[in-house]
Design a protein around this ligand. Structure first.
Ligand SMILES: [Zn+2]
Ligand SMILES: [Zn+2]
Length: 132
């Protein structure tokens, strides 16, 4: 009977103390969750940063034909001054800031990478670049 009385005593008087005892732990738990959320957010941002950086990099040197001319795959934006090829959708050379050129994917005519379509055969330039 001593035990039951202690339990009743504890319930009647100890609940407030219990709340005061548990409150710091609950607070620490919330702070821990907040820190975890910050860490996850940081990791996601840093990964996005890596992906964005690698997506802006690729200006690849073009192979040169034996006669010295640049060997350009059709439908790919390139800079004739620096001999660099750029991913589809690029508009300007990052080295010399010139307009990029592209060879029409259909007829091979040299057009500007910013042109909507080929002046000679009318092939849509962006469609041609997407199918490259
Ligand atoms: Zn250039
Ligand atoms: Zn064409």
């Amino acid at each position: 009977m001593e035990l039951i009385r202690d339990v009743l005593d504890f319930i009647s008087t100890g609940l407030g103390d219990l709340g005061a005892t548990l409150a710091p732990y609950a607070f620490i738990g919330l702070v821990g969750l907040y820190l975890l959320w910050l860490v996850i957010g940081y990791l996601r941002v840093s990964q996005v940063g890596i992906q964005a950086e690698s997506a802006t990099l690729p200006a690849l040197p073009l192979p040169h034909a034996p006669d010295g001319a640049i060997d350009v795959p059709r439908g790919v934006p390139y800079c004739p001054n620096d001999g660099l090829r750029y991913p589809a959708g690029a508009r300007f050379c990052t080295q010399c800031e010139a307009d990029l050129l592209a060879s029409c994917a259909n007829c091979g005519a040299t057009i500007r990478a910013t042109d909507e379509s080929c002046y000679r055969c009318g092939t849509h330039a962006t469609l041609a670049a997407a199918s490259d």
